[in-house]
Write a protein that binds this ligand. Sequence first.
Ligand SMILES: Nc1nc2c(c(=O)[nH]1)N[C@H]1C(S)=C(S)[C@@H](COP(=O)(O)O)O[C@H]1N2
Ligand SMILES: [Mo]
Length: 299
Amino acid sequence: MLIRPAADIRPSEITDHAVYLDRRRFLAVGAALGTVLAAGKGMAATSDDAPTPFEAVTTYNNYYEFGTAKEDPAVTAPGRLKVSPWSVTVDGECGRPGTIGLEDLIKPVTQEDRLYRLRCVEGWSMVIPWQGVPLAAVLKRFEPNSKAKYVEFTTLADKAQMPGIRVAVLDWPYVEGLRLDEAMHPLTLLATGLYGQALLPQNGAPLRLVVPWKYGFKSIKSIVRIRFSETQPLNSWQKANRREYGFYSNVNPEVDHPRWSQASERRIGEFRRRKTLMFNGYADQVAGLYAGMDLRADY
Ligand SMILES: Nc1nc2c(c(=O)[nH]1)N[C@H]1C(S)=C(S)[C@@H](COP(=O)(O)O)O[C@H]1N2
Ligand SMILES: [Mo]
């Protein structure tokens, strides 16, 4: 991945983009949401997890299908990515495979608010107020069978909509995977919105994964397929560089990336570096998933 220090992000850069929205309004919404969410149950938020401003969340993005520079997706994706109608194919090791419209996939499950830290493997982080549904509730309806040990997710790959896929940075489509128990974990979210409005294309509209204890690249965007499998999926970044990227990709300050340290991070909007927390600060909830595993070998 291209490394660009988070300090690079300047207000001028943020506000220059086409998706510029009234700054004060969103800062106000952000502050209000942050208070409500942090006070909510089970949010695992700490007092200094102030939500990253809306315009930073929606203009500083990694979505390589729309270009590799942080500012590309906010410029390129809106107006190009057709988010409606949208359907998702669920197949593989399950009793009820099929292709289902987004509405029908999401509607039966109660929407939830989750304020999560997002830690990119490049060494920057954000705090994002998501809306979505627990992935577990969605997956259960397709009745995964006893062979279903993993879940594989695939992003749309359409040259007509995604200029970035003409460049072979990755082997498209973008693919990610989770172990079934990780997919079923209550923190794992299928997000449809952030800051109380529908996801913008650059954030992975209309449906993206959010796995807050793993590096950001596991949180795959614009999902069109979910497949239950018996064998461990080969995710795109692992396929691109097995030495640098593993399957698990849990946030771990003790295991450095071959090209840079993972011990600290810069929160977008701040200048100091913060210490990176084990499992991105969600160890109490998720460490049990990896009991007995060597997290240096399974990075
Ligand atoms: N399909 C797809 N999903 C993706 C990516 C991508 O390039 N393509 N980038 C990942 C990376 S590296 C990160 S850090 C997060 C960024 O999410 P955000 O732009 O909404 O903050 O999306 C992840 N999901
Ligand atoms: Mo990332």
